[in-house]
Design a protein around this ligand. Structure first.
Ligand SMILES: *[C@@H]1O[C@H](CO)[C@@H](O)[C@H](O)[C@H]1NC(C)=O
Ligand SMILES: *[C@@H]1O[C@H](CO)[C@@H](O)[C@H](O)[C@H]1NC(C)=O
Ligand SMILES: *[C@@H]1O[C@H](CO)[C@@H](O)[C@H](O)[C@H]1NC(C)=O
Ligand SMILES: *[C@@H]1O[C@H](CO)[C@@H](O)[C@H](O)[C@H]1NC(C)=O
Ligand SMILES: *[C@@H]1O[C@H](CO)[C@@H](O)[C@H](O)[C@H]1NC(C)=O
Ligand SMILES: *[C@@H]1O[C@H](CO)[C@@H](O)[C@H](O)[C@H]1NC(C)=O
Length: 609
C-alpha cells in the first residue's frame, strides 16, 4: 500500500469515527420519543400511523409515514405531515420533543378540543402550522405570537371562537394567514401583509378591514350630549397626552445621558491593560497590549466608532507611529476562551487578496476584540449611496472591478478555503475598499463565533437572518444557511452596483411601489422593462451591452428557487468574462475544490457547532 493510500484510509477511518461520535452525541432519542407520544395520544381508526419503532438505526424514523427529516441518516424531524389521515382526539402530545421541527400539518382530520395555550413552547421553531379542516374549538392562543418564525398559519374551518389576538400582528414573517370558517368575533388586527376577505370570511362576529367596518358600540343618542362629551374627552385626552409626553421626554433624556456615560465604561473598567496582550498572527506587526489599544482608540470613545453591526462595534485605532487598524469589539459571544482561541487560529489563517485580513485578537476579561487592517475607502455601501462632492458617482469600470474582486473573495470562501465558509451576511456594507479601491470582504466567520449552540438551527435563531433586503427567501422557511443563500445576497449587491439603488428602497420606482429592489427588478422583468433598471448615469458611455449582461447575471443570483441560482464560482466566472477586456488584474485564478457540493457545507455546519 502506498503512503498516500494509507493516509487516505486513515482519514476515512477517522471520519467514520467522528461521524459516529457526532451521531451518538446528537441525542435524537428525543425525536423518537416525540413520535411515540404522538402515536399514542391520537386515535387512528384508519390505522395510518402504524409506525413501528423496532429499528434502532439513525434515520429509521425518517421512513415513517408523514415524517420528514433534516437528513435521511439522522433521527431529527424537520416536518410532520399528517394531513387527511382520519385522525381523532386532542392536539397530539409530545411535539415539544421534536425539538428541531419547523413544520406541522394536521389538516383534514377530526382533531378536536383546544389548541394548547403553550403552543409556543411545543413548537419553538415552527415556520408552517396547518390545523385547517378539523374541529378545534376554544380560542386562538395568544402565545402563537411568540412563534416568531411563523410564515404560514392556517386555522381555516374549525370551531374557534373569541377574537383574533392582536399580538399576532407582531409576527412580521407571516405571509399566509387563514382563519376563515370559524366562529371568531371582534375586530381584525392590522397585519403587515394585507389579508383578503377569503382569509377571514365566514366568521359571523368578525369586523374591520378587509370586512365591513366595526360598529361603534354605542349608537348616537342626542347630538348635544355627543358634542359635549367629545369636547370634554378631547380636552382630557390632550391633558393626558401632555403629561405622558412630558414624562416620556424626561425619561428618554435621562436614559440618553446614562448611555453617554456608559458608552466606554466597559473599557475603563478593565484593569491591568499593560499586562493584557494582543495576540498578533504576523510577526511583522508591532507588539501591542490592551493599553495600547486604549490609547489608539482614545479609550474606545464614541468619536472613534466607524461602524456598528449585529456582531459588534468597530473602532478606528491610530497607533503613535501612524499605522491605522480597525478594532472590533464583539458583542457577547458564548464561546469559552479556549474555543475562541481555536476559532481565531482558524480565521487568522484564512487569507486571500479579497478578504479583510484578521491581524490579531485580544481577550480582556469578558471582552473579545478583533484587530483588522484598516480599509481607508470605507464600505461599498457608502461609496455607492452616499455620494457628495468628495465622493463623485462611481464610474462603471470601477463598479465592475469591485464586483469581480468581491465575487472572487466570496467564491474562494465557498469553494477553495479550508474549512469552507458560508458568510451568511453579505451586503454592500461588508464589502470594504482599500486605498486602491480593491474590494475586501469583511465579517466572514463571525456568524459561527456568535452561535456556538448545538443545533444548526441556531445559526439564525440568536441573531436575525441578515440585513434587510439581502435575505434569501428560503431562509424564512428553512432556517439553514447555504451557499446559495450567500449567492442571493451577493446578487442584491450586484443589483445595487448596476442600478445604483438601495436594496430596501427604490428611488426610481413609482411613488406607490413599496417593494424591495429585488421585487422591483422582478416586476420590470415580468413586463420586459428590465433595461429601465440600469443606473442612468452609466448609460450611453459605450458600456450598454456590458451593463445588460451584468444585470442578467445579477437577476440569475436572486431567483427565488435556490437550485436555479448559479454557484459563486460561476458568478465569478461570469463577471470576470464581462470585464475581461479591461485587464483589471493579472490572472491568478482561484482553484475549485471538486467535492464542494451543498451537502458538504451542511455537514460542516453540523460538525462545526
Ligand atoms: C421531552 O420534553 C420534555 C419537556 O420539554 C422534557 O422534559 C424531556 O426531557 C424531553 N425528553 C427527552 C427524551 O428529550
Ligand atoms: C433499519 O433501517 C436501516 C435504514 O433505515 C435499514 O438499512 C435496515 O435494513 C433496517 N433494519 C431492519 C432490521 O429493518
Ligand atoms: C370525521 O369523522 C366523521 C364521523 O365520525 C367522518 O364521517 C368523517 O369522514 C371524518 N372526517 C375526516 C376528515 O376524517
Ligand atoms: C412568550 O414567551 C415568553 C418567554 O418564554 C413568556 O414569558 C411570555 O409569557 C410568552 N408570551 C405569550 C403571549 O405567551
Ligand atoms: C363548537 O364549540 C362549542 C363550544 O365552544 C360547542 O358547544 C359546539 O358543540 C362546537 N360545535 C361543533 C360542531 O363541534
Ligand atoms: C394593502 O391594501 C391597501 C389598500 O387596499 C393597498 O393600498 C396596498 O398597496 C396593499 N399593500 C400590499 C403590500 O399589498
Amino acid at each position: 500500500m502506498s503512503r498516500a493510500m494509507a493516509s487516505k484510509v486513515l482519514v476515512m477511518v477517522f471520519s467514520v469515527v467522528v461521524l459516529f461520535l457526532i451521531r451518538a452525541c446528537h441525542g435524537t432519542e428525543t425525536d423518537l420519543l416525540c413520535l411515540k407520544l404522538v402515536q399514542s395520544s391520537v386515535r387512528d381508526p384508519a390505522n395510518n400511523l402504524a409506525w413501528v419503532f423496532d429499528n434502532r438505526t439513525e434515520g429509521s424514523i425518517c421512513k415513517l409515514n408523514g415524517v420528514e427529516c433534516w437528513h435521511p441518516d439522522e433521527n431529527r424531524v424537520l416536518n410532520l405531515r399528517l394531513s387527511n389521515m382520519g385522525l381523532e382526539g386532542n392536539f397530539p402530545n409530545g411535539l415539544e420533543n421534536c425539538s428541531s421541527m419547523t413544520g406541522l400539518d394536521l389538516s383534514n382530520n377530526n382533531f378536536s378540543g383546544q389548541i394548547p395555550t403553550d403552543i409556543d413552547q411545543k413548537l419553538k421553531f415552527v415556520t408552517s402550522l396547518d390545523l385547517s379542516y378539523n374541529k378545534f374549538s376554544g380560542v386562538i392562543p395568544v402565545s402563537l405570537s411568540n412563534c416568531s418564525y411563523l410564515n404560514l398559519l392556517n386555522l381555516q374551518h374549525n370551531n374557534l371562537s373569541g377574537p383574533i389576538p392582536w399580538q399576532l400582528s407582531r409576527l412580521n414573517r407571516l405571509s399566509t394567514l387563514n382563519v376563515a370558517d370559524n366562529s371568531l368575533s371582534g375586530e381584525i388586527p392590522l397585519f403587515v401583509n394585507n389579508i383578503s376577505t377569503h382569509d377571514v370570511g365566514n366568521n359571523p362576529g368578525l369586523c374591520g378591514n378587509p370586512l365591513a367596518a366595526c360598529q361603534a358600540s354605542q349608537k348616537k343618542s342626542s347630538s348635544g350630549v355627543i358634542i359635549g362629551a367629545a369636547i370634554g374627552g378631547l380636552l382630557f385626552a390632550i391633558l393626558v397626552i401632555g403629561v405622558i409626553f412630558f414624562f416620556f421626554c424626561r425619561k428618554v433624556a435621562i436614559k440618553r445621558k446614562q448611555k453617554e456615560v456608559e458608552e466606554n465604561i466597559w473599557a475603563k473598567n478593565i484593569k491591568g491593560g499593560k499586562t493584557i496582550k494582543v495576540s498578533m498572527f504576523e510577526k511583522s506587526v508591532s507588539k501591542m497590549k490592551f493599553s495600547d489599544l486604549m490609547k489608539a482608540t482614545n479609550e474606545f470613545s464614541k468619536e472613534n466608532i466607524i461602524g456598528t453591526g449585529r456582531t459588534g462595534t468597530i473602532y478606528r485605532a491610530v497607533l503613535p507611529e501612524g499605522s491605522v487598524y480597525a478594532v472590533k469589539r464583539l458583542l457577547e459571544t458564548k464561546h469559552s476562551e479556549k474555543q475562541f482561541i481555536s476559532e481565531m487560529a482558524t480565521l487568522g489563517s484564512v487569507k486571500h487578496q479579497n478578504l479583510v485580513p484578521l491581524l490579531g485578537f485580544c481577550i480582556a476579561k469578558n471582552e473579545r476584540l478583533l484587530v483588522y487592517k484598516d480599509m481607508p475607502n470605507g464600505t461599498l455601501h457608502d461609496q455607492l449611496h452616499k455620494g457628495d462632492i468628495e465622493r463623485p458617482v462611481m464610474e462603471w469600470p470601477m463598479r465592475l472591478r469591485i464586483s469581480i474582486g468581491a465575487a472572487k473573495g466570496l467564491a474562494w470562501l465557498h469553494h477553495s478555503c479550508n474549512p469552507r465558509i458560508i458568510h451568511r451576511n453579505i451586503s454592500s456594507k461588508c464589502i470594504l475598499l482599500d486605498e486602491d479601491f480593491e474590494p475586501k470582504i469583511s465579517n466572514f466567520g463571525l456568524a459561527r463565533l456568535m452561535n456556538p449552540i448545538d443545533t444548526h438551527l441556531s445559526t439564525f435563531v440568536n441573531g436575525e437572518f441578515g440585513d434587510l433586503g439581502y435575505v434569501a427567501p428560503e431562509y424564512t422557511r428553512t432556517l439553514v444557511a447555504t451557499p446559495k443563500g450567500d449567492v442571493y445576497s451577493f446578487g442584491v449587491v450586484l443589483l445595487e452596483l448596476v442600478t445604483g439603488e438601495k436594496p430596501t428602497h427604490v428611488s426610481k420606482a413609482p411613488e406607490d411601489f413599496k417593494g424591495s429592489l429585488v421585487e422591483w427588478i422582478q416586476y420590470l422583468s415580468e413586463n420586459s422593462l428590465l433595461p429601465n433598471a440600469i443606473d442612468t448615469s452609466l448609460i450611453g458611455k459605450e458600456h450598454d451591452t456590458e451593463l445588460l449582461q451584468f444585470l442578467k447575471v445579477a437577476c440569475s443570483c436572486v431567483l427565488s428557487a435556490p437550485k436555479e441560482r448559479p454557484s459563486m464560482f460561476e458568478v465569478y466566472q461570469f463577471v470576470r468574462a464581462i470585464g475581461e477586456h479591461y485587464h483589471f488584474t493579472a490572472d491568478d485564478d482561484i482553484y475549485l475544490q471538486p467535492e464542494s457540493t451543498e451537502a458538504d457545507y451542511l455537514d460542516e455546519l453540523i460538525v462545526a457547532q
